[in-house]
Each structure stands twice: as C-alpha cells, then as structure tokens.
Design a protein. Structure first.
Length: 168
C-alpha cells in the first residue's frame, strides 16, 4: 500500500500580511505572506509582528488537498520554474475567518473571480513541493487529447445556408 493512499492532504498554517496604505477606498491591504508546514499550534488571528505599517497575522490552518485527476496541473506548476501556492481568505471583523490553499493553478486562478477578499500567489516551500512532486509521479496518467467532433446525426435535416442567411 502506498503512503499516498492515506496521505493526500497536508495541514498547513497560513500567514497573511496586513499593510497600512494611503488610499481613498481602503486603509489597509491584505495579502498572503507564507505557508507553514507543519502548522503551528497557534490561535487563528494571532499577530506575529506589527511595526505600525506592516503586520503579519497567523490566519489559521487549512489543508492542501491533492487529487489524482489534477496531476497535470501540479506538474505544470512545478515545471514553470518556481512552484507556487495560491492562497484565498475571507475576513470577518478584520480577522481571517476562512482560508484555502491550493497547488492547482486553475483552481487558484478561479479564486480571483470567486469573491474572496484576499487572493494571492506565494512561493511553494520545498518540503511541500517534494511531497506534491512525489504524489504526481505516483498518480499521473498521460491522457491523449481528443478533439471533440460535431455530432453529424443532428445536422442531417439542416439545409445548407448561404453566409448571413437566417434559419427559418
């Protein structure tokens, strides 16, 4: 039995950065700072540091989930030169209340449009990169690209039309 049969998730801790800015619409900007593995035994919302301009806040722990069907995306992420993690979070009363982390670029990019208040990309720690690479090597299956063909049976009753001509 492979170790990946049991371990397809890793619990990580997420650190967010909170910067004070001068802007008409916002007083602060939040962004992901780092992912910690293993996740520390620290309460969510704990201030790690704060110099008045920039603070680091422990956003809490979450899991990175790996799926065998996404190994192509994980491999693409690793082959681009610098492996990355996507982090998304929501705030409740200026405290991170929901945090997600993924190594799948397509999932991470979708978070930008999903309504998360905080979304960003950070470098992937080496120990997580090696875990994901081993998972991808164990479960990756090359799939042949098949171009979708139009179903001709549905079009048998259609008459040929001239360009710009409308259907009746």
């Amino acid at each position: 039995m492979s170790t990946f049969d049991q371990e397809i998730t890793r619990t990580v801790g997420v650190v967010l950065s909170r910067r004070v800015i001068q802007h008409a619409w916002a007083d602060v900007v939040w962004s992901p700072d780092s992912v910690l593995f293993p996740a520390p035994d620290t309460p969510q919302g704990t201030k790690i540091s704060d110099d008045g301009e920039r603070g680091l806040i422990y956003a809490g722990e979450t899991t990175i989930e790996l799926f065998a069907s996404d190994t192509t995306n994980y491999r693409d992420n690793m082959l681009e030169g610098s492996a990355r993690l996507w982090v998304a979070a929501r705030l409740e009363n200026d405290v991170p209340s929901f945090v997600r982390v993924t190594a799948d670029p397509t999932e991470g990019e979708a978070w930008f449009a999903a309504g998360f208040e905080i979304v960003g990309v950070i470098p992937m720690p080496e120990d997580i990169a090696s875990w994901i690479a081993a998972f991808s090597d164990a479960y990756h299956v090359e799939r042949e690209f098949l171009k979708r063909q139009r179903d001709r049976s549905e079009r048998q009753g259609d008459k040929a039309r001239k360009p710009g001509e409308r259907r009746e």
